[in-house]
Design a protein around this ligand. Structure first.
Ligand code: PEP
Length: 253
């Protein structure tokens, strides 16, 4: 069996401006010691990125990413960020296809493909988020939806880039709702993601890809979710805004 690094990721969404970001890290960093086999990642808003970067200097166990990019290299795309600009700012990872991008901003599967490819070609690590809505789960389509979201992306990712891909299974009905997938449901969906990866790349190469769980992860449920087979870490929204709470989640890894 492969040992994959545990990833504890915080997606701040549209929260924590630069001064709040600095205060967050002043409180958070002393609560978390660097530990082998564990990587802590934050996705601050773009305007808070520089403050976050300055705050985490000297802490190689903490990495930073951006919440979104455009696939074009530059030009007339008001409001967007390119991969190379994110890299220049110090980003190592990029969220792609977060459920809010898909369901609030109408991001299509084709756009998630373009973004994932651009991120990989730009040398950063995409964290591709997939997950079903409550209606899709009730219609017994949870696995099918996740496979539909993954398929076109995997078809565009050559095996030599696979070591930099991260997947987050985030059921839409669990994001920001306080409702978490049961550990058994999470394990079943993670197994489906792993099978899909193995069908495309074979078991050996597929085994490198970390698969995170996201959806109302809290200090109280993080350890149990991460103890499930195939759950390599967590992507946390709301509970990543609180330094003590997120530190407790990191220490649960
Ligand atoms: C997320 O934004 O990826 C997320 C899982 O949010 P929350 O933890 O608030 O449900």
């Amino acid at each position: 069996t492969v040992t994959r690094t545990r990833i504890l990721a915080g997606n701040w969404k549209m929260n924590h401006g630069p001064s709040q970001a600095a205060r967050f890290f002043a409180d958070f960093l002393p609560l978390v010691e660097p530990a082998d086999g564990r990587s802590v990642v934050f996705f601050p808003p773009a305007v808070s990125f520089a403050a976050a970067r300055e705050a985490v200097q000297g802490r190689p166990d903490v990495r930073l990413g951006v919440q979104n990019v455009h696939w074009e290299a530059g030009g007339a795309f008001t409001g967007e960020l390119s991969v190379s600009m994110a890299a220049d700012a110090g980003a190592e990872l990029v969220l792609v296809g977060h459920s809010e991008r898909r369901h609030v901003f109408g991001e299509t599967i084709d756009e998630t493909v373009r973004k994932t490819v651009a991120v990989l070609e730009g040398g950063l690590d995409p964290v591709l988020c997939v997950g079903e809505t409550i209606d899709e789960r009730r219609a017994d389509r949870a696995e099918a939806v996740v496979v539909e979201q993954l398929g076109p992306v995997l078809a565009a990712v050559p095996v030599e880039h696979l070591a930099r891909l991260v997947i987050a299974y985030e059921p839409v009905w669990a994001i920001g709702t306080g409702v978490t997938a049961t550990p058994a449901d999470a394990a079943a969906m993670h197994a489906a993601v792993r099978r899909t990866l193995e069908e495309v790349y074979g078991a050996g190469a597929a085994g490198q890809v970390p698969v995170l769980y996201g959806g109302s992860v809290k200090p109280e449920n993080a350890a149990e979710l991460m103890s499930q087979p195939g759950v390599d870490g967590v992507l946390v929204g709301g509970a990543s805004l609180d330094p003590a709470g997120f530190a407790a989640i990191v220490r649960a890894a």
